[in-house]
Design a protein around this ligand. Structure first.
Ligand SMILES: NC(=O)c1ccc[n+]([C@@H]2O[C@H](COP(=O)([O-])OP(=O)(O)OC[C@H]3O[C@@H](n4cnc5c(N)ncnc54)[C@H](OP(=O)(O)O)[C@@H]3O)[C@@H](O)[C@H]2O)c1
Length: 254
């Protein structure tokens, strides 16, 4: 096949070239996302996916020097501890969206589920409201949630109960929110197989790649269909790769 250079083809090439810098500019200015848990097993996939999509990522950690040495110059690392609301004000300056993928790092002691998964999320939500963010995405867990009375479940120092209370606080905050509740999460890239979004009451524990949780978190930032939805999710090699994008409509808010 031959390609004829015509006036029209030159004009098209020039127009495309003229548009390129603007497209790149738009990519760089999608907004700033505060990612809590950006050093964690799932959160690091989320931070990377959101950065690659053209957002500025500000990663929250309790140890910025450790994070910066591991992921140098990739994100704006800031130190904060969700247990202390005073540490959350500065990190939220200039932030458009929040994704929280944190969890208590111990079952008992100062970083227990009550202090991190409940009080910490409560502090974060209050700070997010004061900062007028556009959308809040919480990565929780499929085994929590109001579909079961978790107050009678003392396993791991009532972690399911306290995660459920954290979720409730998000749901009742008045913020725009999405709650993503994975089950078992291998640290694998996303977009390799299809996935299905589930109401948690219909869900049985199965795998969802960390990279796929990240793809859903990215989508939830700006997709109006994901607002006010709480759901579990799992990989299913038998469904088309993008089928999940049409599944928000049937999902509940719990
Ligand atoms: N991984 C799984 O298989 C799995 C399965 C189902 C559900 N989930 C849910 O997915 C979410 C993320 O889990 P994960 O396994 O990725 O967590 P993870 O690897 O244990 O990482 C926990 C993250 O939380 C941060 N963090 C802990 N305490 C904090 C505090 N007081 N203030 C600020 N940040 C704090 C840590 O940051 P620094 O250490 O840098 O401070 C770390 O980045 C959780 O809600 C979890 O329940 C995970």
């Amino acid at each position: 096949m031959t390609y004829r250079i015509t006036r029209r083809s030159i004009l098209a090439a020039l127009t495309a070239a003229a548009l390129m810098p603007r497209a790149a500019f738009a990519q760089e200015n999608k907004g700033r996302v505060l990612v809590l848990g950006a050093t964690g097993r799932i959160g690091r996939f989320i931070a990377e996916t959101i950065r690659e999509a053209g957002y500025t990522v500000r990663g929250v950690t309790r140890d910025a020097a450790r994070a910066e040495s591991r992921w140098p110059r990739m994100y704006e690392w800031v130190e904060a501890d969700v247990r202390d609301p005073r540490t959350l004000t500065a990190p939220l300056e200039g932030v458009d969206y929040i994704v929280s993928s944190i969890r208590s790092s111990e079952w008992s002691g100062p970083y227990n589920p009550e202090f991190v998964d409940y009080v910490g999320i409560r502090n974060l939500v209050d700070a997010a409201k004061a900062a007028h963010i556009k959308h809040f995405v919480l990565v929780s867990t499929a085994t929590s949630g109001p579909q079961v009375d978790q107050s009678q479940n003392p396993a791991k120092n009532y972690v399911r109960y306290f995660k459920t209370k954290g979720e409730e606080y998000v749901r009742e905050s008045g913020l725009s929110w999405t709650i993503i509740a994975p089950g078992r999460v291998p640290e694998e890239p996303g977009g390799q197989t299809g996935m299905i979004l589930h109401a948690r009451k219909d869900y049985f524990i199965s795998n969802i790649a960390a990279g796929d949780v990240a793809l859903v978190a990215l989508d939830a930032l700006t997709n109006p269909a994901a607002r006010g939805k709480a759901f579990a999710l799992r990989n299913d090699p038998d469904v088309p790769l993008d089928a999940w994008r049409d599944q928000y409509a049937g999902l509940p808010d719990k």
